[in-house]
Design a protein around this ligand. Structure first.
Ligand code: F6R
Length: 242
């Protein structure tokens, strides 16, 4: 695991975007793994600047989001389908037909989850998976006690996650209780994993996941087993590292 500590959140985005660009340039038809939430926004901003001035061309790239809420209208501005379109597909000039988000509105959620894993496999797998980390150590929405072998599936959101994500909604009641998320086993199949974290509230999760024993109580700790894992954090998020 490579750990990079940056002076501030914007530098986290710059360093991580450079890594994403490096992997994408080396791939014939890059397949990106996308996270939502606040953490990757600086990466997307820096990638947008590279696309805008011609340093990077992502028009042939495919992308797979990590997760989606269940029970939220896909047209809702906070559905991950909407968020990915607004923050990634449009600014980076991706082909919308090649950008995939789990179908949290499907009648048959189990089949939608299985179809998502098949679609990732059919695309040749993810070249670089961008990850944020929950304050409880989740990646995707793999909450503590998630199986390391898990595949894309329905999960119940932890209360801590619903409270953390309340800021995107008008009230806690509006925050969905369930989601479809790539499993830890699915995420671990990406050829590179790139986790970013900014801010003091991520420091305990970063320390436990990077330096603690590998444990399903800190799902991100499974990344210690990945052959090509990079963790880029700011000084606040790094504060509890040894
Ligand atoms: C989002 C996701 C989550 C977030 C995590 C951190 O697609 O899968 O694991 O990355 O909850 O969220 P932020 O970045 O908003 O602190």
């Amino acid at each position: 695991m490579e750990i990079v500590i940056c002076p501030d959140a914007d530098e986290v985005g710059r360093v991580a975007a450079a890594k994403v660009a490096q992997v994408c340039r080396a791939a014939e038809t890059p397949v990106l793994g996308l996270a939502t939430g606040s953490s990757p926004l600086a990466i997307y901003r820096h990638l947008q600047a590279m696309v805008a001035d011609g340093r990077l061309d992502l028009s042939g790239a495919s992308a797979f989001a990590l997760d989606e809420y269940v029970g939220l209208d896909p047209a809702h501005p906070e559905s991950y389908r909407s968020v990915i379109h607004r923050t990634v597909t449009e600014p980076l000039g991706l082909d919308p037909a090649r950008v995939h988000v789990p179908d949290g509105a499907a009648d048959d959620l189990e089949e939608a989850a299985a179809a998502y894993d098949r679609a990732i496999r059919d695309a040749g797998g993810v070249d670089v998976q961008i990850l944020g980390i929950g304050s409880n150590g989740h990646i995707g929405f793999n909450e503590p006690t998630s199986s390391f072998a898990s595949r894309t599936r329905i999960k119940t959101l932890a209360e801590r996650t619903r409270l953390d994500n309340q800021r995107f909604f008008d009230s806690l009641e509006e925050v969905p209780t369930h989601c479809l998320t790539q499993g830890l086993g699915t995420i671990m199949e990406a050829r590179h994993v790139l986790l970013v974290a900014q801010g003091a509230n991520k420091a305990p999760a970063v320390a436990a996941s990077v330096e603690g024993p590998v444990s399903s109580m800190w799902p991100a700790s499974v990344l210690q087993f990945h052959q090509h894992a990079t963790v880029v954090v700011d000084e606040e998020a790094a504060a509890q590292l040894q």
